[in-house]
Design a protein around this ligand. Structure first.
Ligand SMILES: [Zn+2]
Length: 371
């Protein structure tokens, strides 16, 4: 039986559930830390587990170029290579090709590009991308799609979406079903509700183990992003997981969970952690700021991560000022712990039928701030 998802409770459109996979079960809503190059940057696999993460994300584009999909397969797959026996979702590579590769050329069947590392030429088609993700041993494979730029005209968004839907069918054909593994389709259509509705209908006609919303959080703003989630919410199958790709801030997560999203990934907590920015129950703090130099309190009194339990803010401030590696390590650990506690809290609130109150309390604490 393929990967599946079961519903435990609803609270309005919000859903608490469980993802069942070949590599274990994950409570949802869930946030997936981004492990771009077979590592969540600055974190050991044990540390990632301690944050509460149940599933991580890998990047097909990066891994196909370095160390290479065949090499990952020879080492026994991404799970063994990363020491992450839990579920792994890999993206298709399409998004990174469009944002990182040079001399890329898109055609009706795929995309040809040069590596940003060494200029070598590569080609991704729906079948090639699915085949690479198979070699990586991805628990969840994503279809190859085109993420159109923003803004884009409705005519361009339509032709791009229609090509992505054709590619979704070719991805399905190429995917080898295995027990507990799955393939997710990706809804496109930019900021046009009608295109997004046609996209989800096309995907459901093909049939996937989960449905992702792509092409959002690209500059359209939170209100438009929410409108696009709502545009397809009623059409999405009730018994399949819904994944909002590349999102987002803690506030984006709460707003999207309230609109029925089950899965998220984003570089924000890890990237911010490496630059001294902390997401906390009292809002965003910049640890490089001089006001923390003599601060003897914990980063976030409500957090149970290593840095919050064992160190004072003044120490974290010092580590960033001195450019010590431990600073990014501790702050990445904290930010991921905060994200995991936020979605775990949202899940508990859905089960208790009080998600609105939970989200309101979180937002009030962010707004009240640190002082
Ligand atoms: Zn912490």
């Amino acid at each position: 039986m393929s990967l599946s998802w079961s519903l435990a409770a609803t609270d309005g459109p919000a859903r608490a559930g469980t993802l069942h996979t070949a590599h274990g079960s994950v409570p949802t809503p869930t946030f997936m830390p981004v492990g771009t190059a077979a590592t969540v940057k600055a974190m050991t696999a044990d540390a990632v587990r301690e944050t509460g993460a149940g599933i991580v994300l890998g990047n097909t584009y990066h891994l196909m170029l370095r160390p290479g999909a065949d090499r990952v397969a020879a080492f026994g797959g991404l799970h063994r290579l990363m020491d992450w026996p839990g579920p792994i979702l890999t993206d298709s590579g399409g998004f990174q090709v469009m944002s990182l590769a040079s001399l890329r050329k898109l055609d009706a069947d795929g995309v040809t590009f040069q590596s940003h590392l060494d200029g070598s030429r590569h080609r991704l088609t729906p079948a090639v991308s699915v085949g690479i993700q198979h070699k990586l041993d991805a628990t969840i494979t994503m279809v190859l799609d085109e993420c159109p730029p923003f803004p884009v005209t409705e005519a361009q968004a339509k032709s791009s979406m229609e090509m992505s839907m054709r590619w979704a069918g070719l991805s399905r054909d190429a995917f080898v079903p295995r027990p507990g593994y799955g393939l997710f389709g990706i809804v496109q259509g930019s900021v046009f509700p009608d295109l997004r509705r046609r996209s989800i209908e096309a995907l459901m006609a093909i049939g996937f183990e989960g449905y992702a919303l792509g092409g959002l959080a690209v500059g359209e703003g939170q209100a438009v992003m929410y409108a696009m989630i709502e545009a397809t919410g009623d059409l999405m199958p009730a018994d399949k997981p819904r994944y909002l790709m590349g999102v987002g801030t803690p506030d984006d997560l709460l707003g999207s969970i309230a609109r029925g999203i089950d899965m998220f990934d984003c570089v924000m907590p890890t990237r911010a952690g490496r630059t001294g920015r902390a997401y906390t129950s009292r809002g965003v703090l910049n640890l490089r700021n001089a006001r923390f130099a003599d601060d003897g309190g914990p980063l976030d009194p409500a957090c149970a991560c290593l840095g919050c339990r064992r160190h004072v803010r003044g120490y974290l401030h010092h580590l960033f000022r001195a450019e010590e590696m431990l600073g990014p390590m501790l702050l990445t650990w904290h930010n991921l712990t905060y994200y995991q506690s936020l979605v775990a809290g949202a899940r508990a609130a859905i089960l208790a039928g009080r998600l609105d109150a939970y989200a309101a309390a979180a937002r009030t604490a962010w707004a009240d701030g640190d002082q």
